[in-house]
Ligand binder design. Structure first.
Ligand SMILES: N[C@@H](CCC(=O)N[C@@H](CS)C(=O)NCC(=O)O)C(=O)O
Length: 214
């Protein structure tokens, strides 16, 4: 059995993607809390020692440091034979939505929430721009999810785990009212939360939190 160590901070939706996938595959990991708020990931020392890309999460897989959630999720899906799609068409959809998520959904949601909740002041014009992009992306996702139970078809995959991460934090942090504004997305989050073994972000990622400004 491989040994996993996950470098994370509790507010990191990207770390939650990996924590949830490992958990749903019946795996455990050693949580390595990282002082993101102090700027440690910006230091040359941390980048040389942990991740030259300067990002959380980092998954140590039997001592090998892996970064970027999408290829890590694909590797775990392959290893455990779960959540990777069951045929060529589904596997294509998994990749399609993983790429879309990294570009259009997680990136904007993460930046918008961080500025809104964890920074002392956010630029309102920048926030309004992000919010418009997010609402458009959620509309696109909602259309997909009103046609399919999950992103790639009838069964959950890593594409769902990637896209749901930043939508799974409390509403007062995200600033979203998904039941009112994106009901198909809200219903899909409920289907994911009903999977056996599912756990919420702050349950899977404990430890000292960032200061909040709202
Ligand atoms: N595409 C990356 C995104 C990782 C990412 O943006 N992580 C955030 C924390 S959740 C980060 O470390 N940001 C630092 C920065 O952008 O400077 C992945 O999937 O792992």
């Amino acid at each position: 059995m491989p040994t996993y160590r996950l470098h994370y901070f509790p507010e990191s939706g990207n770390a939650y993607k990996l924590a949830l996938m490992l958990t749903l595959c019946g795996q455990t990991f050693e949580p390595v809390w990282t002082d993101f708020g102090s700027g440690v990931t910006r230091t040359a020392e941390w980048r040389a020692r942990v991740n030259p890309m300067g990002e959380i999460p980092v998954l140590e897989d039997d001592g090998v440091r892996l970064t970027q959630t999408a290829p890590i999720l694909l590797q775990l899906a392959e290893r455990y034979g779960r959540f990777g799609g069951t045929n060529a068409a589904e596997k294509f959809e998994v990749l399609r939505w993983l790429f879309w998520d990294n570009h259009k959904l997680s990136s904007y949601c993460a930046t918008y929430r961080f500025a809104r909740t964890f920074m002392p002041s956010a630029n309102p014009e920048v926030q309004a721009y992000f919010r418009k992009r997010i609402d458009d992306a959620l509309k696109i996702l909602g259309t997909r999810l009103s046609q399919n139970a999950f992103a790639a078809g009838d069964a959950p995959t890593i594409a769902d785990f990637s896209m749901m991460a930043y939508l799974s934090f409390p509403d007062d942090e995200t600033g979203f009212d998904l039941p009112a504004n994106h009901p198909a997305v809200h219903a899909w989050l409920g289907r994911i939360a009903a999977l056996p073994g599912w756990r919420s972000p702050y349950d899977l990622l404990p430890g000292q939190r960032l200061p909040r400004y709202i």
